[in-house]
Design a protein around this ligand. Structure first.
Ligand code: ATP
Length: 352
């Protein structure tokens, strides 16, 4: 049985249908990210799990109990928000102790638990500090300790890193993941940052317009995007249109006939199909033993340090490919013809 089940949940605000029949089953101890652009409904789903919003339709079941209509305070769910949201008039100890005091726990137990939580986030030495005396990263660690102190069944993190600068973001996300694994706590993490989601999650839910476009492990989301939206939102991806010659998977890209690794079931002969190719899947130097070659013309080259990104025109499509920058690397210059080589099995057939 799944630990947390979000079953056909929808949410409308007036005529605005923000979440549409959203389904997700989460295992105990899993770390799930909701990834998607602003306004796609990530926070609204999270708030429904927390009990801050009531679904217009559907059910939320936690550990076998239907919690759809249960008040937030009875759900035993911990939450960390984007803005630090600590109580400004309380020191670190009292902030972390807050939920335990509300639950009426004995003083000695509260002190022991707070001390345990502060150890977990490596801030034992700052118990007497007030929020204004701490950095953003420290405040977010305290917010995490405060959320975890009452031993919640589920931890919800709503863009907890987005107000922090880049270096702290990376170290704190690693710390969050470490603590989450240590405690084995079921976690949902909302982000619009694909690198963050790819690096931290057991599974990612890519959301688009209130629906889950794809649910999968990070490598699948990146390597095998199911839809055009996922392909364009996650990673840099080249889209190439091709004409279907037959449904067994033969297509024409420009004047070149290419055999795809899989049949095309959702397009008829003569129709256009969208294909995707990762920037690292193509070669312009002939060192890749691909089975497919397409003629193109270089538009520009960009030195990115360890790789050189070449933009080229292939059959009327602008595409970019990366070449490792070694001492022997020779790439055609802007304006010159180039041959793009790749393996047809690396082409992804996208659904719209
Ligand atoms: P962001 O990353 O910007 O927070 P999101 O994917 O989390 O985006 P939501 O916050 O879930 O998106 O919002 C989805 C849509 O629902 C938006 O159009 C928003 O304006 C609308 N919305 C959210 N809460 C309410 C509310 N209480 N009343 C009316 N509309 C709302």
């Amino acid at each position: 049985m799944n630990f947390l089940r979000i079953a056909a949940v929808s949410k409308s605000f007036g005529a605005n249908h923000v979440v549409k029949e959203f389904n997700l089953d989460i295992d105990k101890g899993e770390f799930i990210s909701f990834l998607g652009p602003s306004g796609c409904g990530k926070t609204t789903v999270l708030r429904m799990v927390a009990g801050f919003e009531t679904p217009s339709a559907g059910r939320i079941v936690l550990n076998g109990e239907d919690i759809t209509a249960l008040p937030s305070r009875q759900r035993n769910i911990g939450m960390v928000f984007q803005a630090y949201a600590l109580f400004p008039n309380m020191n670190v100890f009292d902030n972390v102790a807050f939920g335990l005091k509300v639950a009426g726990q004995p003083k000695a137990e509260i002190a022991a638990r707070v001390s345990e939580m502060l150890k977990l986030i490596h801030l034992e030495h700052l118990a007497d500090r007030y929020p204004y005396q701490m950095s953003g990263g420290q405040q977010q660690r305290v917010a995490l300790a405060r959320a975890l102190a009452p031993r919640p069944q589920v931890l919800l993190l709503d863009e907890p890193l987005s107000a922090l600068d880049a270096k702290i973001r990376v170290s704190l996300r690693e710390e969050i993941r470490h603590i989450q694994r240590q405690l084995g706590i079921t976690t949902i993490f909302v982000t619009h940052d694909q690198e963050e989601a790819l690096s931290i999650s057991d599974r990612i839910v890519v959301m688009n317009g209130g629906r889950a476009d794809q649910i999968g492990v990070p490598a699948d989301i990146y390597n095998r995007p199911a839809t055009r939206f996922v392909a364009s939102f996650v990673g840099t991806l080249n889209m190439i249109e091709a004409t279907v010659l037959d449904q067994s998977g033969t297509v024409k890209i420009g004047e070149t006939v290419v055999s795809l690794p899989e049949p095309i079931v959702h397009r008829q002969q003569g129709e256009t199909v969208s294909l995707a190719l990762r920037p690292e899947a193509g070669s312009l130097t002939g060192d890749l033993r691909g089975d497919t070659a397409l003629p193109g013309k270089v538009l520009s080259t960009h030195f990115l340090g360890s790789v050189i990104r070449t933009k080229l025109d292939v059959a009327g499509h602008q595409v970019s490919f990366d070449t490792f920058n070694g001492p022997e690397t020779r790439l055609p210059a802007a304006g010159e013809p180039a041959t793009l080589r790749f393996a047809a099995r690396d082409l992804l057939v996208l659904q719209d």
